[in-house]
Ligand binder design. Structure first.
Ligand code: PLP
Length: 385
């Protein structure tokens, strides 16, 4: 089978609607000729209406399924739409969801909103052992992120997946931070993978999208939900994601090299008290990361010596690096989790997760690494005495 970087460029392209083209076109159409003779389109269903299926999306779905080693995939209007659709499909009255307390800020209130339908939600972690303990005491669905935000803890998927299998719990893994190039959770025993395509996979901070990859049966069920909820990805957005995905391997290579160099630079810096990057031996889950990941990603976090005010001044001093909470794009972005992604968590909960007021998260992009280092160094010197 061709390697990931080759499949990220070519997979699924040749067969759509029987027309071969070098670049997948945007099927900017809501409707298709009604299949009066029952002609089949995709997944054994006639192609009728773009809220159900669209050929541009189908190419992206085939490519994502191939990269994640799943049987099939669906694309959604956002990462949150992908997660919501999974919750609608897998949760019902009386079921129990174990959720890592380190998942993306909006996933927690989304899960909790299912409590009104009779779903029990238990927040556990951040350590895998604590999540495993919760699974052993009984649950139906487990939801974790393969690499957590902003501390970049790597979940021990081997341990968690085997526990879920023994306890008959369904394991959903949000693989946004790791990308299918660095980790393929389905090959480690997960049942379902979700992505925010908005991040590394599209990679240019110019489109919002989400995806789910799993077995054909699960995707069939999720397809019905997606059609009812009306949260399919727009074909123009799918085109942008396909274009971004072609360069994922090259982008990741450069941004990871940059991130490693910046993490090492920050570890030695007099204004920095702590650095979190899974590729550093000092990271709390470095040994798990070494076992599971092909690369350590390009997001890192660091604690400034000082308080939240110093962190805000630091962000204000940056020039090349932009202050913004997203990640995985060509631009280097810095964010202050305590006042952005994690501001709704009580302070004690943030502290428990290691999110201090002076913590900065950096998503390292593709600029020349010396320009990023210079910018960060200057801002660090300017923000505190
Ligand atoms: N999952 C993770 C890990 C995220 O970081 C995000 C957004 O930041 C999401 C899901 C939600 O994705 P989207 O913004 O595309 O809805």
């Amino acid at each position: 089978m061709p390697k990931d970087s080759t499949r990220a460029i070519h997979e699924g392209e040749e067969e759509v609607l029987g027309v071969s083209s070098f670049i997948t076109p945007i099927y900017q159409t809501a409707v298709f000729p009604y299949p009066l003779n029952g002609e089949r389109g995709f997944r054994g269903r006639p192609l009728k209406y773009s809220r159900e299926d669209n050929p541009t999306n189908i190419v992206l779905e085939r490519r994502l399924a191939s990269l994640e080693c799943g049987e099939d995939a669906l694309v959604f209007s956002s990462g949150m739409a992908a997660i919501s659709t999974c919750f609608f499909n897998f949760l019902s009255r009386g079921s129990k969801l174990v959720l890592s307390r380190e998942v993306y800020g909006s996933t927690i209130p989304l899960a909790k909103s299912f409590e009104k339908f009779g779903v029990k939600v238990e927040l556990r972690g951040p350590d895998t052992e604590d999540i495993v303990e919760a699974v052993k005491s009984g649950c139906n669905v487990v939801f974790v992120e393969s690499m957590s935000n902003p501390i970049l803890r790597v979940v021990d998927l081997d341990l968690l997946a085997s526990t879920c299998r023994d306890c008959r719990a369904l394991l959903i893994v949000d693989n946004t931070f790791a990308t299918p190039l660095n980790l393929k959770p389905l090959t480690r025993g997960a049942d379902v993978v979700v992505h925010s395509l908005t991040k590394y996979i599209a990679g240019h901070n110019d489109v919002i999208g989400g995806a789910v990859v799993s077995t054909g049966k699960v995707i069939e069920d999720l397809w019905s939900w997606r059609t009812r909820l009306g949260c399919i990805l727009d074909p123009h957005a799918a085109f942008l994601v396909l274009r971004g995905l072609k360069t994922l391997s090259a982008r990741l290579k450069v941004s990871q090299e940059n991130a490693k160099a910046i993490a090492e630079f920050l570890e030695e810096h007099s204004k920095v008290s702590k650095v979190y990057y899974p590729g550093l031996p000092s990271h709390p889950t470095h040994s798990v990361a070494k076992r599971l990941l092909r690369g350590y990603g390009s997001v890192l976090s660091f604690e400034l010596k000082g308080d939240g005010e110093v962190a805000r001044r630091f962000l204000g001093e940056l020039k090349v690096v932009k202050a913004s909470p997203s990640l995985g794009g060509t631009e280097t972005l810095a964010s202050h989790p305590a006042s952005s992604s994690h501001k709704d968590l009580p302070k004690e909960e943030r502290e428990r997760l290691g999110i201090s007021d002076s913590l900065i998260r950096l998503s390292v992009g593709l600029e020349d690494v010396n320009d990023i280092v210079e910018d960060i160094d200057r801002a660090l010197r300017a923000c505190s005495p």
